[in-house]
Design a protein around this ligand. Structure first.
Ligand code: FAD
Length: 387
């Protein structure tokens, strides 16, 4: 691969996070590279693309809400700049901002929704309570048994596959090097990270290495785990674990929803994300299954069973795709972004359920552009201190 090479910034991992970090750096004038044997094929390929900090809100997760809102604010300019750099239109990314409608069926779900709506409005967030009739007026295809809902008006959504494709094009146009190989080890010298040893051999030198390897960021795993990146003292890599999500894509001639719809059915959560071309994304399971990415009959059955409660017409649609992805989960559900300890090493991982939403903020934080208070929330050192 024509070694040796040296870069200002080398990003290991080419999912939505790594590609966004490299793109932002290249826009800032840095000589950047991305190393990944299969870019855009991990969780970012599976993701639904909801940009939904408000409808994901829970009482215990206010820091995550702060991060989500800060990144949602960045999405319009991120999408516009990305489209311009990739030579396409914002509409080609399927970026839309019509809000998320959370619906409830039973009395318990209604009570939970009321509490969330009160919490959200108490924080000054736009969350409108709706009757069942108002929900169906917004979305006529919804089941008649919907009792009520909450419209999180600021929430948006995007097609992550189109975003990563645009990022790859934008990187190429900005002259960013894409190294299609696995990172085997980090190179260090006098305690400083100086580059990466690719599985293909040689060394790629960099002033800064950013590890953005998603669910594969967690150091040596258990049986069945892929090889960890070597070369670091123990305790530097964060406790990231894979959280499996199965998701399916259906197709109808016309969009059958105008916005994202979520609901709780028999205690499990299901969501529906419409695309402009008639695709309807139905997601997603949450399973602790290690690095297993099999799509199972049971997983798809659960999704369809629950989706049909929300939208009875769903079973008429054509099934066009079903995949499983691995979310990079952390013990506190917050991402891990920032300097990792040894000089020259940053982490940008652990985005769990919100990596698409948080991509613009992550890219800005890695470029030194963003609220230091937000960077502190994400500090990798919060895990190292307890070891
Ligand atoms: P990934 O996309 O997994 O990329 C990691 C990359 O690292 C991979 O390409 C891999 O090949 C590479 N890699 C690993 N090891 C190495 C190595 N040693 N050397 C080089 N490269 C390596 N988020 C939202 O915001 N909204 C949603 O609606 C949403 N829906 C989701 C639905 C599902 C079913 C799933 C699974 C996730 C969903 N997410 C959603 C979460 C989101 O997908 C993730 O948080 C996000 O994709 C993480 O991006 P990433 O770049 O860190 O990881």
């Amino acid at each position: 691969m024509g070694m040796p090479q040296r870069f200002d910034l080398l990003v290991v991992g080419g999912g939505v996070i790594g590609l966004s970090v490299a793109w932002r750096a290249a826009r800032g004038g840095l000589r950047a590279a991305v190393m990944d044997p299969a870019p855009a094929s991990g969780a970012s390929h599976a993701a639904a693309g909801m940009l939904a900090p408000v409808s994901e809100v829970t009482y215990t997760e206010e820091p995550l809400l702060r991060l989500g809102l800060a990144s949602l604010d960045r999405w319009p300019s991120f999408a516009a700049e990305l489209a311009a750099d990739a030579g396409c239109e914002v509409g080609d990314l399927d970026y839309r901002d019509g809000g998320t409608l959370d619906v409830a069926f039973g009395a318990d779900d209604m009570a939970a929704l009321e509490e969330i709506a009160a919490f959200a409005t108490g924080l000054g967030l736009p969350a409108r309570r709706l009757t069942g009739r108002e929900c169906r007026r917004l979305e006529p295809m919804l089941a008649p048994s919907v009792r009520g809902g909450m419209l999180a008006e600021r929430d948006a959504w995007v097609d992550p596959r189109k975003v990563t494709a645009a990022l790859l094009t934008a990187l190429e146009r900005r002259g960013v090097t894409l190294l299609r190989t696995r990172a085997a080890a980090l190179e260090t010298s006098a305690g400083r990270v100086t580059g990466v040893r690719p599985a293909a051999g040689g060394t790629v030198g960099a002033d800064r290495v950013v590890l953005a390897t998603g669910a594969w960021s967690g150091g040596p795993g258990g049986a069945g785990a892929p090889a960890a990146i070597e070369g670091l003292p123990p305790g530097i890599l964060p406790p990231v674990r894979p959280v499996k999500g199965q998701i399916m894509r259906l197709r109808s001639p016309e969009p059958i929803l105008g916005r994202c719809v979520r609901g709780t059915v028999h205690g499990s959560h299901v969501y529906l994300v419409p695309r402009a071309d008639g695709e309807l994304v139905v997601g997603a399971t949450q399973e602790e299954m290690g690095f297993d990415t099999r799509v199972t009959a049971g997983g798809l059955w659960e999704l369809l069973r629950d989706a049909r409660e929300l939208l009875p017409g769903v079973t008429e649609l054509e099934l066009s795709d079903a995949v499983a992805g691995l979310r990079p989960g952390t013990p506190d559900n917050l991402p891990v972004i920032g300097p990792a300890g040894p000089p020259g090493l940053w982490l940008a991982t652990g985005h769990h359920r919100n990596g698409v939403l948080l991509a613009p903020l992550t890219a800005d934080l890695c470029a030194g552009d963003g609220d230091p208070g937000l960077l502190k929330i994400c500090s990798p050192l919060r895990f190292q201190e307890h070891r």
